[in-house]
Ligand binder design. Structure first.
Ligand code: CAA
Ligand code: NAD
Length: 283
């Protein structure tokens, strides 16, 4: 099946980025969130990001304008009914995603592919909320979507070859390099990355060093582009906690136990960059 129209659900940092790269690749895009104000925030982040690419000459004015033209926004799930591929990028919470996929399965055409941008939740479990597990797949973009090359592609137990091929092709058309991995909690990317971020948070809690010093050690010593605490703030501390919980529950080992400091910061509403404060302040 040819993919022409892509639905993106969730206009947060990931959904906005996915809508942007899909529109830049020439797809028609319908971006859905719960409230108009969330859609407006998502659209303004798309305009900022695509504006930077224009400034740098990575795309010309007509490609810039055409990409923005291709993005429509809505609060109604029904407006996604004729999409060929739907990429879900809502909050990292299994019951919320299951409920959405149950509704989506009833709403969109039977031949449409459903993809989740989940960071960690097993794809097979999400697929089980639908009557189309063979057309359900993980399409895991990296943050910031417009700049990062990887898309981790995760087949569920029942995902068929045609779906996998269609999603690999769509990722390539968006200028990304897809890498296929198997369906385990956290896949590869976050099973490897998140325990490192969690350990950096433990270092803060135990007073091993200040957040600034920890970040400097990892930037200057390991050539990481961002220190782990800056990166945790960038991802969102709520998302980091959810991923650690999925790893801990799904893999069992104590090495995946979320840092109590991470839990406490999320309880206090310190979610990182998106809430204005995490390990650092963003005013
Ligand atoms: N759109 C367009 N341009 C952007 C942008 C965006 N969203 N974000 C930044 N840029 C531009 C900046 O404007 C800047 O442009 P100039 O060079 O003209 O100033 C350029 O990109 C570089 O940005 P910065 O100078 O601010 O910072 P940088 O050199 O550190 O690069 C970065 C930014 C590419 C994000 C880099 O810091 C980096 O690679 N960080 C690590 C990101 C990472 O690890 N991502 C994975 C997170 S984990 C994940 O995604 C999976 C999950 O499930 C949690
Ligand atoms: P975010 O908090 O920035 O955005 C989530 C958006 O989803 C919000 O705008 C919220 O209003 C919306 N939403 C919630 N429930 C909804 C529903 N039922 N229908 C429509 N919209 C709904 O989160 P994010 O960082 O963009 O993460 C989204 C997903 O992408 C999560 O599954 C996360 O694990 C994954 N992810 C995040 C990163 C990252 O670095 N932040 C990287 C890769 C994958």
């Amino acid at each position: 099946m040819e993919i022409r129209k892509i639905g993106v659900i969730g206009a947060g940092q990931m959904g906005a980025g996915i809508a942007q790269v899909a529109a830049q690749a020439g797809y028609q895009v319908v971006l859905r969130d719960l409230e108009t104000s969330f859609l407006e925030r998502g659209l303004s982040s798309i305009k900022r990001s695509i504006g930077k690419l224009l400034e740098k000459g990575k795309l010309d004015q007509s490609a810039h304008d055409a990409a923005l033209e291709r993005i429509k926004t809505t609060t109604q799930l029904a407006d996604l009914k004729d999409c060929d591929l739907i990429v879900e990028a809502i909050v990292e919470d299994e019951p919320t995603k299951l409920e959405l996929f149950r509704d989506l399965d009833q709403t969109v055409k039977p031949e449409a592919i459903l993809a989740s941008n989940t960071s960690s939740i097993p794809i097979t479990r999400l697929a089980s909320a639908t009557r189309r597990p063979e057309r359900f797949i993980g399409m895991h973009f990296m943050n910031p979507v417009p700049l990062m090359e990887l898309v981790e592609v995760i087949r569920g137990y029942l995902t068929d070859q045609a779906t996998t091929q269609a999603v690999l092709d769509a990722a390539r058309r968006m200028g990304k390099t897809p890498v296929e991995v198997n369906d385990y909690p956290g896949f590869v990317s976050n099973r490897v990355l998140l325990p490192m971020l969690n350990e950096a948070i433990q270092c803060v809690m135990e007073g091993v060093a200040t957040p600034e010093a920890i970040d400097q050690v990892m930037k200057l010593g390991m050539n990481h582009p961002m220190g782990p605490l800056t990166l945790a703030d960038f991802i969102g501390l709520d998302t980091c906690l959810s991923i650690m919980e999925v790893l801990h529950r799904g893999l069992g080992d104590d090495k995946y136990r979320p840092s109590p400091l991470l839990r406490k910061m999320v309880q206090a509403g310190l979610l990182g960059r998106k809430s204005g404060r995490g390990f650092y302040r963003y005013d």
